[in-house]
Design a protein around this ligand. Structure first.
Ligand code: MRU
Length: 351
């Protein structure tokens, strides 16, 4: 038997389907350890999403799509032609894993639509083809957004990015980091200032790891250091991803993004959101209607596994915030750029 090629622990191989298993590069361990977790059921996939083994809106959606493939395989093996009713419990479990990233629900909807149209027989291969298409389309969308987003940057300039909206957070290449990759290749971006992004430190652990691997100059800063950096000058853009964009262009993204948008506007710096159209929730009229995930207060009270807050103190831990459309200069999607978004300008994407 042929030995399979080893899994590559690089940002572009964070999510791999191989021989009936889903492999996820465990993002909780990076950058110290690059280890893959092997998943063989829908429940294990839902747990991995909830526990942040995989995170970032598009990557969550892709993982869930593969979770549906695992569910269909198992339900068909167990129940034969009766698989359609029990698989609803798997879809519900996957949907309950994280509430804000709309790509999760978009991917589950697309997979459900596919399975609704299936005839008799083993559903696994058809659903696998759909999940692989979702993955491939996401990478292609990121490449396109990279080109479109970079075309807005005059440069040479430095940029600020929070959290991780890179290859790790997507099918590959990244949304915000896709724009940054293209902007750097074009000589427009000279340096990236990555906000550390408490409490999960996606900037420190993931964005710094990704950009270092690509040889893109990156400097970490505490989240509170962004204002003084902007005041010094030399920052042309703040570039972010998104977990859900409402129909009027309000943008939910990692907690702290709203603050960065206010700072950018005050300092006359551009604020760009790069996100595929699968992140747009046409059913949600505005940001106030976007569900914001609250995670365990212990994530704020501790750091690196060490408890720092005094006993008895509580903590807030909303992990996303909403930036009003009025503070956004451009939403870059694979279908085009929406400048100074409004509901009407957003709708033009549908045309
Ligand atoms: O809590 P996370 O790490 O899943 O949050 C991720 C973000 O906020 C990203 O910016 C967003 O999902 C866009 S990823 C291309």
């Amino acid at each position: 038997m042929e030995t399979p090629t080893p899994l590559l622990p690089t940002p572009d191989h964070a999510l791999v389907w191989r021989e009936g298993r889903l492999y996820l590069l465990d993002q909780r361990l990076l950058p110290g350890r690059a280890e893959f977790l092997e998943l063989n059921s829908a429940s294990a996939t839902a747990r991995a999403i909830r526990d942040m083994v995989v995170r970032g809106a598009p990557a969550i959606g892709i993982a869930a799509a593969f979770g549906v493939v695992l569910a269909a395989r198992d339900r068909y093996a167990q129940d034969g032609e009766g698989w359609r009713s029990p698989i609803q419990a798997d879809l519900a479990e996957l949907a309950a894993s994280r509430p804000t990233a709309v790509n999760l629900f978009w991917a589950l909807e697309r997979m459900s639509h596919r399975l609704a149209g299936l005839g008799a027989g083993d559903p696994t291969q058809v659903l696998l083809a759909e999940a692989l298409a979702i993955h491939a389309e996401d990478i292609a969308a990121n490449r396109r957004m990279g080109e479109l987003g970079a075309s807005l940057i005059q440069g040479p300039t430095a940029v600020i990015t929070p959290c991780n909206a890179g290859a790790l957070a997507t099918g590959g290449y990244g949304t915000a980091l896709g724009v940054i990759r293209q902007g750097f290749a074009d000589g427009k971006i000279t340096r990236v200032f990555a906000d550390e992004t408490r409490p999960w430190l996606q900037g420190t652990r993931l964005t710094a790891w990704e950009l270092t691997q690509d040889g893109i100059p990156v400097t970490l800063q505490a989240d509170g250091a962004a204002a003084s950096l902007m005041a010094q000058g030399g920052i042309g853009w703040v570039i972010v991803g998104s977990d859900r964009i409402a129909a009027n262009g309000d943008v939910a993204n990692k907690i702290g993004t709203y603050g960065l948008a206010i700072l950018a506007r005050y300092h006359g710096i551009g604020f760009m959101v790069a996100a595929p159209t699968s992140t747009i929730d046409w059913e949600t009229p505005n940001g106030a209607a976007i569900p914001i995930e609250e995670r365990d207060p212990d994530e704020v009270l501790a750091c690196g596994g060490q408890r720092l807050g005094p006993a008895g103190v509580g903590a807030r831990n909303p992990v996303f915030d909403v930036t009003p459309a009025a503070l956004v200069d451009a939403i870059v999607t694979e279908r085009g750029i929406v400048e100074r978004p409004t509901a009407e300008r957003m709708r033009a994407l549908l045309g």
